[in-house]
Design a protein around this ligand. Structure first.
Ligand code: ADP
Ligand code: 5SP
Length: 569
């Protein structure tokens, strides 16, 4: 499934969360404005073009001009700026350690705060002609019966948060970190004729975080809430709905992360809908192309912030699809996103779903797809080891990576603080140079290196198992918060034996949404995505592999693969 067949004519961009863009194209390129918002945590960005995104830990925005240069950036961090919601990393982990949710109203309040910050900074909303965005994938929002009325009648003298208080039938939105829907996954796979058949149909076997299984869980455990719901959104389409002042369609690409969409026909699968919950087709609305213009921006934003009435809302998508849009992958390239989750993804032409990993509809090319692997124990596990072994300092953590040789004298570890998605395993598993399982590392430096090398070796082995091959010329395109750390990128480069590139923008997710917003505004007249981004800056070389380490990786791959298999329950 994984052979990478991206092309220069299919540029991609890295985003997580929800993005909004606005743009105006005139004969003066610098007059073009894009607003993109990413809700992943939540993020929003803007420039003389403006973009924004809503992600797992925060909401970010950037504005870009006609040359696709970022001219304004801003963000809201949920934990520190909205402490009243008491989240950690933007989420609540429940007592069962399996259920993970975010307060839906926190996302709403973050958007109020972000737009107020932009206004305070003198941002000129009137120049924005298109809004798009992205959101963390798989999360769901349950709109209470009657909420559409409030959404279409928003009063500009009051905040969104004040007006939407009573609009959600479930106050807490399940998010991608949730793994509490195992019974619903088993039932869906049984109804679809098995895991492999479900994967063929929807691009993935049943995964606990996928939205359909979360909806089934709500229906079964809180039928009162389900029956009081008039619409179900993804995080991406929820953010789009706020800007639209009406329910926004789910796009094909983010819709592929639900175990509900037939990825070939791009319609909801009747078998899956029926196995999930009653009346679901009505509650989801019809899915739409990722480049669709959904309508004009809500009059609320025109009156309250000074947006133009001509500003259009382009469909929002998932953070990883949005990232793909911004990365400009080429054949043989692989994208590695190091946000809260770690993900590995490539552009593919033909879907070949497997029992591991996911196939999503491509967000910028109707004919194409993307393949993705998700690793739950990413940044949060690196943060734990940083706190325990490096006194909470990324500087000390980085020095440990520099001061230990590639291969770490044969010490390796796999650290799954919570049940991992890829592979299905939990616990901390350390091996010494003789491949004996050991209960502790020799010292802190060895522990840090064992963690980061183990994370990237696992990514490479799982990607290769799915068909991805590293060929001469392969580039690794890195994005997400941890991609700012060159010493982490060096380990990535060593393990993949390929140069690592980054995009010279603080939030590549926002940038990707900006590109998609621009494309959405002209897509109907037949302009391709590649044409829209042909003058975008190329990714920059960050690090190259340490000579000689490739041999160590090749020699040790089979042993490490065996370790990885052994630790799976
Ligand atoms: N210097 C650094 N070294 C390693 N990791 C970092 C560094 N700076 C930030 N991070 C990691 O980046 C993560 C946030 O990345 P981001 O892409 O903003 O996440 P998300 O979009 O999921 O909210 C944090 O969890 C943090 O651990
Ligand atoms: O579950 C997945 C992808 O399938 C995650 O990648 C989410 O999309 C959250 O992304 P980040 O907030 O970690 O970027």
């Amino acid at each position: 499934m994984f052979p990478c067949s991206g092309s220069e004519s299919s540029p991609c961009l890295t985003l997580r969360g929800i993005l909004f863009y606005g743009c105006r194209i005139t004969s003066h390129r610098n007059d073009l404005h894009v607003l993109c918002i990413i809700l992943r945590h939540i993020s929003l960005e803007s420039s003389s073009s403006c973009l924004a995104s809503l992600e797992t830990s925060g909401l970010k925005v950037a504005a870009v001009d006609g040359n696709l240069s970022v001219v304004h950036q801003n963000n809201v961090q949920f934990d520190s700026e909205l402490p009243e919601f008491r989240t950690q990393g933007g989420v609540h982990i429940h007592a069962d350690r399996l259920t993970v949710t975010s307060p839906t109203l926190m996302w709403v309040k973050a958007l109020d705060l972000l737009l107020d910050k932009m206004k305070g900074a003198g941002f000129d909303f009137s120049r924005v002609r298109g809004v798009s965005g992205s959101g963390q994938q798989h999360g769901s929002v349950f709109w209470r019966t009657g909420a559409a009325h409030t959404l279409t009648q928003l009063q500009p003298d009051r905040s969104l948060h004040q007006q939407l208080q009573a609009c959600f039938s479930a106050a807490d939105s399940p998010v991608w970190m949730d793994s509490s829907s195992a019974p619903q996954c088993r039932a869906l796979q049984a109804a679809a004729g098995g895991a492999a058949r479900l994967a063929q149909l929807t691009g993935s076997r049943a995964y606990e975080r996928f939205t359909g299984n979360q909806i089934a869980k709500l229906f079964q455990t809180r039928p009162d809430q389900y029956h009081n719901t008039e619409r179900i959104s993804l995080v991406s389409s929820f953010a789009a709905s706020l800007f639209l002042g009406d329910y926004a369609a789910i796009d094909y690409s983010d819709g592929s992360g639900m175990n509900l969409l037939d990825i070939r026909t791009r319609n909801w699968s009747e078998i899956c809908l029926e196995a999930t919950a009653p009346q679901l087709e009505r509650l989801l609305g019809a899915p739409q192309p990722s480049s669709a213009i959904l309508g004009p921006i809500s009059s609320y934003f025109v009156s309250r912030y000074g947006f133009s009435e001509d500003c259009k809302v382009v469909a929002f998508t998932g953070d990883n699809p949005a990232s793909l849009a911004g990365m400009r992958l080429q054949e043989g390239d692989v994208a590695v996103s190091l946000g809260t989750s770690d993900t590995v993804f490539v552009w593919i032409q033909q879907p070949q779903p497997a029992l591991e990993g996911h196939i999503f509809c491509n967000p910028v090319d109707y004919q194409a797809y993307m393949a993705l692997l998700c690793f739950k124990n990413g940044s949060l596990t690196r943060e734990r080891i940083r706190n325990e072994c490096a006194g909470g300092s990324w500087e000390v953590f980085s020095a440990a990576l520099r001061d230990t040789p590639p291969g770490n004298h044969g010490n390796i570890g796999f650290y799954f603080d919570t049940m991992e998605i890829t592979p299905t395993a939990v616990g901390v598993h350390r091996f010494d140079r003789d491949n004996n399982k050991v209960s502790s590392a020799v010292d802190s430096q060895v522990e840090i290196k064992a963690l980061v090398e183990g994370q990237f070796l696992s990514k490479r082995l799982h990607a290769e198992r799915l068909g991805f091959t590293i060929i001469p010329g392969t580039r690794v395109l890195a994005t997400g918060g941890a991609s700012s750390n060159k010493d982490i990128l060096q380990v990535l480069s060593d393990v993949f034996n390929a140069p690592v590139y980054t995009i010279d923008v603080s939030n590549s997710a926002c940038l990707g949404s900006a590109y998609r917003a621009l494309h959405g505004l002209v897509a109907e007249s037949g302009v391709s995505f590649s044409d829209v981004v042909k003058n975008a800056p190329e990714p920059q070389l960050a690090v190259t592999p340490t000579p000689g380490f490739a041999v160590w990786v090749e020699m040790n791959k089979s042993v490490i693969e065996k370790d990885l298999l052994l630790i799976q329950p």
